[in-house]
Write a protein that binds this ligand. Structure first.
Ligand SMILES: [Zn+2]
Length: 69
């Protein structure tokens, strides 16, 4: 069930599924926080699990945690 992602696969996923850009160039595991640049220019950090499974694909300015669904 738990697929092993590579940094290239994550980058593609981010490009295809969000308006954010992946800044991190090395992926070491699902608990690692990755750096993203939001479409607004802010950078934010999030684990890929949250990004993918919880739909947290923008910075906290564009997508405040309480408003995310
Ligand atoms: Zn933003």
């Amino acid at each position: 069930m738990n697929k092993r992602w590579t940094i290239e696969e994550i980058r593609k996923y981010v490009n295809n599924n969000s308006e954010s850009t992946l800044l991190t160039t090395e992926y070491r595991g699902f608990s690692q926080k990755l750096s993203f640049r939001c479409a607004c220019g802010n950078t934010f950090e999030k684990t890929f699990t949250k990004f993918k499974n919880n739909g947290q694909r923008k910075c906290e300015v564009c997508q405040p945690p309480k408003a995310s669904r």
